[in-house]
Write a protein that binds this ligand. Structure first.
Ligand SMILES: [Zn+2]
Length: 563
């Protein structure tokens, strides 16, 4: 069912007509106002008034009235606008805040298999065990159990789960649970056995099999846990579509009305197409990024779907340059703290990286390049600069994703000159505090996920949440306070204002997608994709900001989520 032609809406319009015809009043909560509008008043679908409406235009205007028609913003201004418009429905915001929906320019959303457990909110190993036990009972013995999202930093036991914890919970099921950040996983004994991993197995290239005192694997596999995950039978297509729709829909409750998914394939795109065509639930707008593994498949899909539409389209090409600090694998200029020989590594040979960047640019495509360590960032910027000098292109909008370390100043100057942008996850400062502190020190630790310095260098910086966790409030909190989970402040000189952070999470993220003319602010002509907040996000306390709930979410002027 297409919810934009839903019977609910038609019914409410009908009721509205009845009220107007028989009672002589307008609709909505302020019939007197509408009735008072002059006969030559322009008619619109919706009028929001008596609110604090963040437009997120150049002046960061705050208005009290917003008019919407045909799913788009018509105008905004003060209460006097109520005299210029006659609305089918008038909404009294009662002083609450209305702002553009969040545009999350880097995240990962998938459909989940029935065997999957969401571990993003678990707070103890005991809780993980109970979830695994329940899943084993549901699926029966022998079935694989998977999951994602645990982090030892958030577990009451303050350690990683082991194979023995999993064996206790589900002795008859192979279990593999991926850590938050997806750079490692813990596997049960049955899962390790299925992957032929035992005390005699050497560490795979680029990965680590953690071992206990006796040399037996303890269940944790870092960076190469794919060796186990590849053994998990695939979910059915129907299972995945149903779950994808549910997971996408759940973003609306977080106020996210648009996403860029950073790691998909042309095959995934077809699944998303069917989910958007079926539209069993309201869905946010989405762009999908593909890696350059199979350029022919990407080009075929691009010919077929062209620019997509304003709901679903192909995003920039992704290149995966280095790993993160969980491995740890981020590629750094100087050695890691306490590891004098170790600087992480490139995810692909440098020659291949250079070739890909040139190939994708020359194909006329945009790139969103994953680079975390300062050496990875500097290398990508140097390469892109040479590429752009050889084959200049106006408005390429290539950008770096993550930008988790502050690179040399000269790298940031080049980025500003070449219009190489960033989408960054300030929430990493909060959630990955433990990883950064373990691997970085001094100035490098303080300037993790820098925001002020790249902005001051003249770089366009968008914000996003990735999956640690998905949801903008932690990012807004960390961007403005620079606080980690422990409350410790990292490099306060890298903090930005809440206004800057909100712009990064809306209009600038839309800009990275070439979508600044249709979304990201509430300026006339743009889609009325917006959210209502219970408090003034510009002035709430730090604690309130972190816990701020979205009350309502609108897509094209239609209420699609209400708390
Ligand atoms: Zn990511």
């Amino acid at each position: 069912m297409n919810y934009f032609s839903s019977p609910v809406l038609n019914a409410s319009l009908l009721t509205c007509l009845v009220v107007v015809l028989f009672l002589g009043a307008g609709c909505g909560e302020s019939p007197d106002r509408s009735a008072a509008a002059p006969v030559d008043a322009e008619s619109v679908d919706l009028l929001f008034h008596n609110g604090q409406i963040l437009i997120v235009d150049d002046a960061f205007s705050i208005h009290s009235v917003l008019a919407v028609s045909d799913g788009k913003v018509v105008a905004s201004g003060g209460e006097e606008l109520l005299d210029h418009y006659r609305a089918r429905k008038t909404v009294d915001l009662s002083g609450q805040m209305l702002m553009p929906g969040f545009v999350d320019s880097h995240t990962h959303i998938s459909g989940d298999a029935r065997r999957y457990i969401d571990l993003t909110d678990v707070s103890s190993i005991v809780e993980i065990q109970s979830l695994v036990r329940d899943k084993a009972a549901l699926l029966g013995s022998g079935e694989w159990i998977t999951g994602y999202g645990w982090s030892e930093d958030e577990l009451a036991e303050q350690r990683k789960p082991t194979r023995y914890d999993l064996d206790d919970a589900a002795p008859d099921n192979p279990v593999v649970l991926t850590r938050a950040g997806a750079h490692s996983a813990v596997a049960s004994s049955l899962a390790l056995r299925a992957a032929n991993i035992d005390a005699d197995t050497p560490d795979p290239e680029g990965g680590v099999i953690e071992r206990g005192a006796t040399g037996e694997p303890n269940g944790i596999v870092r960076e190469r846990h794919g060796l186990i995950l590849q053994l998990v039978p695939p979910a059915t297509e129907a299972e995945l579509r149903r779950s994808l729709a549910v997971n996408l829909n759940s973003l609306l409750a977080k106020g996210i009305t648009s996403i860029t998914d950073a790691q998909k394939t042309p095959q995934d795109y077809r699944r998303w197409q069917s989910v958007y065509a079926e539209r069993a639930l309201p869905l946010p707008r989405a762009k999908l990024q593909f890696e350059w593994d199979d350029p022919a498949a990407i080009k075929t899909l691009m010919r077929e779907v062209g620019d997509g539409d304003d709901w679903l389209a192909i995003g920039p090409i992704k290149i995966f340059v280095d790993g993160g600090f969980t491995g740890p694998a981020a590629y750094t200029l100087k050695p890691y703290r306490d590891m004098p020989e170790y600087r992480g590594y490139l995810n692909m040979a440098q020659s291949k990286l250079v070739k890909q960047i040139n190939e994708i640019h020359d194909a006329g495509l945009q790139m969103g390049i994953h680079a975390i360590g300062d050496a990875a960032i500097a290398l990508v910027v140097d390469t892109l600069t040479e590429t752009l000098q050889r084959n200049p292109r106006q408005d390429h909008r290539h950008y770096l994703n993550h930008f988790s370390m502050r690179p040399p100043q000269q790298t940031m100057v080049k980025m500003a000159e070449q219009n190489i942008h960033i989408t960054q996850q300030p929430n990493f400062t909060y959630t990955l505090e433990g990883r950064y502190a373990a691997n970085l020190d001094g100035w490098r630790l303080a300037h993790n996920n820098p925001l002020r310095s790249p902005m001051d260098a003249g770089i366009t910086v968008a914000l996003s949440s990735d999956i640690l966790p998905i949801g903008p409030m932690v990012g807004l909190y960390a961007a403005t306070t620079r606080k980690g989970m422990s409350g410790k402040v990292y490099g306060p000189d890298e903090a930005i204002t809440i206004e800057e952070a909100l712009r990064g999470y809306t209009l600038t993220s839309a800009f990275l997608n070439f979508d600044e003319d249709i979304k990201g602010s509430l300026e006339p002509g743009k889609y009325a994709d917006m959210i209502v907040l219970p408090a003034d996000i510009l002035t709430v306390s730090e604690e309130e900001l972190m816990a701020l709930d979205v009350i309502q979410t609108y897509l094209q002027g239609e209420l699609v989520y209400e708390r």
